[in-house]
Design a protein around this ligand. Structure first.
Ligand code: AKG
Length: 311
């Protein structure tokens, strides 16, 4: 296994290197003040939406939470993203990926291009570390250059510890000797291409591993399936998504409702059974879809009861 720690250039945004390897890491983006303010806000967010209810709030938190909105629009993150997908940028989604301490949750080897339904592949994830992300805590691991090959076949495993929606896993062997650990300190990011094979192991450390994975697309990108929404964060729009608004402190209800709508459309696409022929797989997808929608309904019912859906 290789590590990336001996090559830690301060600002390696090199698009050439990205084209060759499919990733860049690490890139320092947040100041220490920004890092600790964001960590505190995320802590409060996780306390507010604990356990299974919190699941609905890991997706697209930038539609209602200021800390996430600020990250998604952070100029240094956008500068890095611009070097690899150009100047017209939308944020398609963002996922708060938390692995609790000493926990079996993991991410199987997969290529996002196999199931995101986005085309062309001008799509990059900026993975923002909000805790130390190391081999011990279960950092993201990548297979350099794998984005240049065909997308490999994947199977849905539905493994209970797999953090992916359907437990998607590449159905071919990965050469471990070529794998690189994307080691990040809080406030640093890595970038990875939608076609890059990547995974992560369980967190064996004594503290949670926390990252916000922001999915940026160029304005040329289109999405298959049900129409989704996205937010323009730099440059011009291409007209392929409903446009989302930045959260407004004075109109929190609008942000909550936009979040509810946007996440529902994504859940429907994530669990679409269109390309699945087996009855068993279709049934599992229908059940997973129902479970996710119910979690979202419960969160919104709870917010309504506590008066937080009133303006
Ligand atoms: O956070 C992780 O462990 C995996 C992240 C991942 O799969 C992704 O960002 O696409």
């Amino acid at each position: 296994m290789l590590t990336d720690t001996d090559e830690r250039p301060e600002h390696d945004h090199g698009s050439e290197r990205y084209s060759r390897d499919g990733y860049l890491c690490p890139i320092a983006v947040l100041s220490s003040e920004e890092t600790s303010a964001t960590q505190q806000a995320v802590d409060a967010h996780l306390k507010r939406f604990p356990g299974k209810l919190g699941k609905a709030y890991i997706h697209k938190p930038h539609l209602f939470a200021r800390w996430a909105d600020e990250l998604v629009h952070h100029p240094k993150i956008l500068d890095a993203v611009q070097t690899v997908i150009g100047p017209d940028i939308l944020c398609w989604t963002a996922n708060l990926l938390v692995k609790p301490e000493k926990n079996p949750a993991y991410v199987s080897w997969h290529q996002d291009a196999a199931y995101w339904g986005l085309d062309p592949l001008e799509v990059v994830t900026a993975w923002v570390a909000l805790s130390p992300s190391t081999p011990e805590s279960g950092c993201v691991r990548v297979l350099p250059g794998s984005h240049r090959a065909e997308v490999a076949p994947h199977e849905d495993t539905f493994d209970k510890d797999n953090m992916l929606t359907r437990g998607q896993a590449i159905a071919v062997d990965i050469d471990e000797s070529q794998v690189v650990d994307l080691v990040l300190a809080p406030g640093e990011i890595s970038l990875h291409h939608i076609g890059l094979a990547h995974a992560s192991n369980p967190n064996h450390s004594d503290a949670p591993r926390i990252g916000l994975a922001i999915r940026y697309i160029s304005a040329r990108v289109e999405k298959q399936g049900r129409r989704e929404s996205a937010m323009i964060v730099r440059g011009k729009d291409g007209g392929h998504f409903e446009l989302e608004r930045r959260p407004d402190r004075n109109a929190p209800l609008a942000g909550r409702l936009a979040h509810n709508r946007a996440v529902r459309a994504q859940i429907a696409n994530n669990y679409s059974s269109e390309s699945h022929n087996s009855l068993g797989q279709r049934l599992r997808l229908a059940i997973s879809h129902r479970v996710s929608v119910t979690a979202l309904d419960l969160v919104y019912a709870k917010l309504k009861r506590s008066g937080q859906l009133q303006q």
